[in-house]
Design a protein around this ligand. Sequence first.
Ligand code: TPP
Ligand code: NAG
Ligand code: NAG
Ligand code: NAG
Ligand code: MG
Length: 630
Amino acid sequence: MQRILHYVKDRQEQHVVSNLFQLHVMTTSTVTRSQNTEEQVEEKSTRHGGELVASVLKSHDVREVFTLCGGHISPILVACEGLGIKVVDTRHEVTAVFAADAVARLRQSIGVVAVTAGPGLTNTITAIKNAQMAESPILLIGGAAPTLLKNRGALQDIDQLVLFRPLCKYTARVTRLRDIVPTLRAAIQAAKSGTPGPVFVEFPVDVLYPYETVIKECGFVPNPKGIKMLINAYLMCHVSRQFGGAWNQQDISPLPVNTPFAKSEEINKLVEMLLSAKKPLLLMGSQASLAPVKADELKSIVESLGIPTYLGGMCRGLLGKDSPLQMRQNRRDALKECDLVILAGTICDFRLSYGRVLSPKSRIVCINRNRSQLTKNEKIFWNATQLIQADVASTLKKLHEKITSAGKRVECEEWLNALTEREQNKEASNARKMDEVPKDGNLNPLKVLAEMDKVLPDDTILVADGGDFVGSAAYIVRPRGPLQWLDPGAFGTLGVGGGFALGAKLVYPERPVVIIYGDGSCGYSIMEYDTFVRHKLSVISVIGNDACWSQIAREQVPMFNSSVAVDLAHSKYHEVAEALGARGVLLDKSGEESVGATFSEAFDHARQRESTVINVIIGKTDFREGSISV
Ligand SMILES: Cc1ncc(C[n+]2csc(CCOP(=O)(O)OP(=O)(O)O)c2C)c(N)n1
Ligand SMILES: *[C@@H]1O[C@H](CO)[C@@H](O)[C@H](O)[C@H]1NC(C)=O
Ligand SMILES: *[C@@H]1O[C@H](CO)[C@@H](O)[C@H](O)[C@H]1NC(C)=O
Ligand SMILES: *[C@@H]1O[C@H](CO)[C@@H](O)[C@H](O)[C@H]1NC(C)=O
Ligand SMILES: [Mg+2]
């Protein structure tokens, strides 16, 4: 008996087995026939757990699953395909997660990724951490070793839950088929509720394959005698428990998403402060782009509020290209002078010098769903006048409704005009930098970016993946509307390019998608051109090739007098694209006159479903001197 109990890991099952022993139930047939009809096992059914997974995804309006295949998850992928959910296979699991992240952000919904056990899952970790920091709701589905072989040295059997618990809002391991539906519903609800973020559910293979396959694989002892019969009885009991009630009717509809809303008194207080302000300022961050308020609606709310606004994170582009309200320059000075600042999803982390850029003389209102983000560095580097723990966009919406229904408006023309004038001065001085020719005679990156901006179609989605070149682009290339700029967010992860572009292209197949890459950064995901070509998704990349990890070199070299590990080569990245079946274009100083035309051509080809890599050999500028460099 002890030998058997040693074999049986699960405590509940140990209990069952010892009962069996005591009852001398020595035939398998009495065990399979569960008395409880709820837990009936349909032995002849060829259906499998993968079908249950796919049906929940379908009922939650999931339209694509990103993956890199593995035997552990084949049943899920095949079942998704069967239900018309697009299965998009990538060349690296990290890309699959970045793609799901982009889908979550652009659809204001959930992104789904399925990867195989062990290394498939560990390869996702950077992107899952990035999604947690960016507060993107992602469902990560992982395969796992068979339940019966847990900790017995099965292929790719590691403790996966331990890895993902610190990164995910919700983690679960499903060991019975009838738990698949409720677990996935709860996981998706958790991902989208409160402060959104990634969730992880793992499925051991024997929960995903059909009954007959599992029975064949589970290791029955042939011709059992004596104690061995008990091993068979245990195995039967285990499999029956797994499959019991698998095909019972279950509710697969989405559970309600919990979103925190501001209280009426909170809104009233904010209305009062805003109406009495002479120099208000609105700083919008990623959280303002979350559901339930749609991006276009948020745009008109902010326009109607009429306050000078700085946009960051997923709110970049919200007000279009030339909104008179949007400020891009001189934020530090504006913050020193304003009498009221509304941090609408903006967090007092490194991007706001931990709150030290805020003035003790101005009133400070912070709106965020998350208590710890809301109060980041508060009472240390800044003091809040009002803290509102609520969804950002809905709070602005109610604020706007109250102001308009009272027939009032925010009066701040003078302030707006002053900021606008400074904005124009700063932009003029930036424009002068575009005409400088770099010492090495290569193309001026600012000029290249400005030429691209000129011919950029209005519906383009821009993906930012790099250091200095991308940092310059953030000032020069202007997203034309809401949700048209994707960057990694607070984690500052290089390598998001291929995945973000893939996700964007699946949400908007007809719109141009442009990756702005540093040459260093393109190395992480340029291989996804293979994915773009196979799936006939046209993506344009512009690589700022300075043969260097410049953002790091910029400080390392002067500080330590060493360029160890920061130099690269002027590699022929355009030829990499060609090798993968895409267009490759080299743009160097000999092509100075044709920069704009090169971009226009790439957009033309994209309309014909052809992808392009434009490898631009750029020179050095001092445009980014003094910017953050980590
Ligand atoms: C995954 C990851 N590794 C390393 C870094 C550190 N890092 C930040 S910027 C940068 C340089 C980027 O070089 P490149 O893409 O060529 O852009 P450039 O600054 O040269 O324009 C590096 C290595 C990071 N942010 N993320
Ligand atoms: C807020 O975010 C932190 C991580 O930044 C997380 O640990 C915490 O659970 C979140 N709080 C809420 C209320 O969602
Ligand atoms: C915040 O308030 C405290 C207490 O009133 C005060 O001592 C401190 O100087 C204030 N800090 C800032 C940055 O305004
Ligand atoms: C910087 O390093 C170079 C060699 O790598 C050396 O010749 C030079 O003297 C160094 N300069 C300083 C200021 O240390
Ligand atoms: Mg570089």
